[in-house]
Design a protein around this ligand. Structure first.
Ligand code: GP9
Ligand code: MN
Length: 438
């Protein structure tokens, strides 16, 4: 172990948050189903347009007594968008400051990722389902190196002329076509479903819309976003119906998350009136609030509720592993279990902005911190509050250190020099899929 790795290990040891005994192992031996909600933002939950719920199924799931739902959970992606979200969720490390880690480093780096850990520790079979070509974001290589046993990309699904849109197969078709493969997977399985239909420019053919009425703002992206989000919601309802009918539901923990924003800061002023805010009053603080995405953990028998803990995508891996009854102490993961009493609630954005449970800290164009109160959105004058100014500097230092450490681990491919006890390293040169089942 070289000096760099020693630094990493002393950091992760100190950063470690021990599992909450109330939740540790609650999902032990259950299938784990991860549903990636493309471009899905938290504001859609419980939202209505023209008096109609946009996502009635997700709303019911959000409020279900068996769902742990987070309402202060943020995406933390950079330019790697979907791939950065996947990277954080599966490896517990951040994406890169520029570009996509999947594309830049995913073919050669050593990973200690969710599918390998679950496979080795608890005998999970792992699979990804995604209705786009396998080479998009270099997934073909990356998933192998993460230890996935199977990758079902668009070539595994029956396609017709109108079954795909710009980013791949329509979600309803992808999810229903996946069933025949899912049913053959050895249980317990860790299966990830990546939806695509709710992706910019959010164009859905009329025949796929069940009559949902789009809002009527000046931005067609804003208007269409609600229609594709509604479609995704419908697709999920059908998929849950299937999971229940097949009995898989009873033995599964289902995790849903939004990967990143769908509407960008430039589109938000057009969205503002739909959220009851005058476009002229829209601020950078409002933009930062729009980075909230859903994170829900649903399982029969789980004691759920709306959890107000602050966290983000980097925190998902230790949360899931602890629920699955796997200790994470030895792993190099930079987030902390959202359910742990020792969870660190500072949400780190890839551009070094951050959010604490009380403050949102953004940089102005000169790089100086602009601090907002989370409960009112009001800006704080740091010169009037030297104590807070000092705290902000301390938090910023913590944020910078963590991101830098993540970049060092990734850019220097440090995990090849460290193997947790009992973990079998994955050699990116020799790994292959087992897609022999048809
Ligand atoms: C592509 C899909 C979209 O396969 O996952 O990626 P994004 O553009 O959101 O990063
Ligand atoms: Mn995406």
């Amino acid at each position: 172990v070289g000096t760099d790795m020693d630094d990493v290990l002393s950091y992760t040891k100190q950063n470690y948050a021990k599992p909450n005994p109330k939740y540790f192992g609650k999902a032990k031996g259950k299938n784990i189903i991860i549903i990636h909600l493309e471009s899905f933002q938290q504001f859609l939950i419980n939202d209505k347009v023209n008096g109609q719920e946009v996502t009635p199924f997700l709303n019911s799931l959000y409020n279900d007594k068996n769902t742990m739902s987070f309402d202060n959970f943020y995406h933390e992606v950079g330019q790697g968008k979907t791939s950065d979200a996947e990277n954080m969720l599966e490896t517990g490390l951040f994406g890169l400051p520029e570009g996509s880690l999947f594309s830049k480093l995913g073919s050669d780096n050593t990973f200690q990722a969710a599918p390998a850990i679950l496979g080795q520790k608890e005998g999970y079979t792992s699979a990804v389902f995604h209705g786009n070509i396998g080479s998009f974001w270099n997934r073909d290589d990356v998933y192998k190196n993460m230890g996935y046993n199977y990758f079902f990309d668009s070539s595994y699904f029956n396609k017709t002329n109108d079954s795909s849109l710009e980013y791949g197969m329509k979600d309803k078709l992808m999810l229903s076509e996946s069933v025949k493969y899912l049913e053959q997977l050895q249980q317990p399985f860790y299966a990830k479903f990546i939806t695509v239909t709710n992706h910019y420019p959010f164009q859905l053919p009329d025949e796929d819309n069940d009559g949902f009425q789009a809002p009527n703002t000046d931005s067609s992206a804003v208007n269409n976003y609600f229609v594709t989000a509604h479609y995704l919601d419908n697709a999920l309802k059908e998929f849950f119906d299937y999971l229940k009918a097949s009995g898989i539901y009873d033995n599964s923990m289902i995790v849903l998350y939004g990967d990143h924003y769908g509407l960008s800061n430039s589109q938000n002023p057009d969205l503002a009136p739909l959220l009851g805010i005058d476009s002229n009053d829209w601020t950078d603080f409002n933009n930062s609030q729009m980075q909230k995405v859903p994170f829900m953990v649903h399982m029969k028998g789980l004691k759920g509720g709306i959890n107000h803990t602050y966290g983000g995508e980097i925190d998902v891996l230790p949360t899931i592993l602890h629920l699955a009854g796997i200790n994470t102490k030895q792993y190099v993961q930079l987030g902390t279990d959202l359910l742990s009493n020792q969870h660190n609630p500072i949400v780190i954005f890839r551009n070094k902005n951050f959010i604490t449970p009380h403050y949102t800290v953004l940089k102005d164009s000169d790089g100086n911190p602009e601090v907002f109160k989370n409960n009112t959105g009001e800006q704080v004058d740091l010169d009037q509050d030297p104590e807070l100014k000092q705290k902000v500097a301390k938090w910023q230092n913590y944020v910078n250190t963590k991101l830098k450490l993540s970049d060092t681990i990734n850019n220097k491919n440090l995990l090849r020099f460290y193997t947790p006890t009992g973990f079998m390293p994955i050699d990116p040169k020799t790994e292959s899929y087992q897609n022999e089942i048809q």
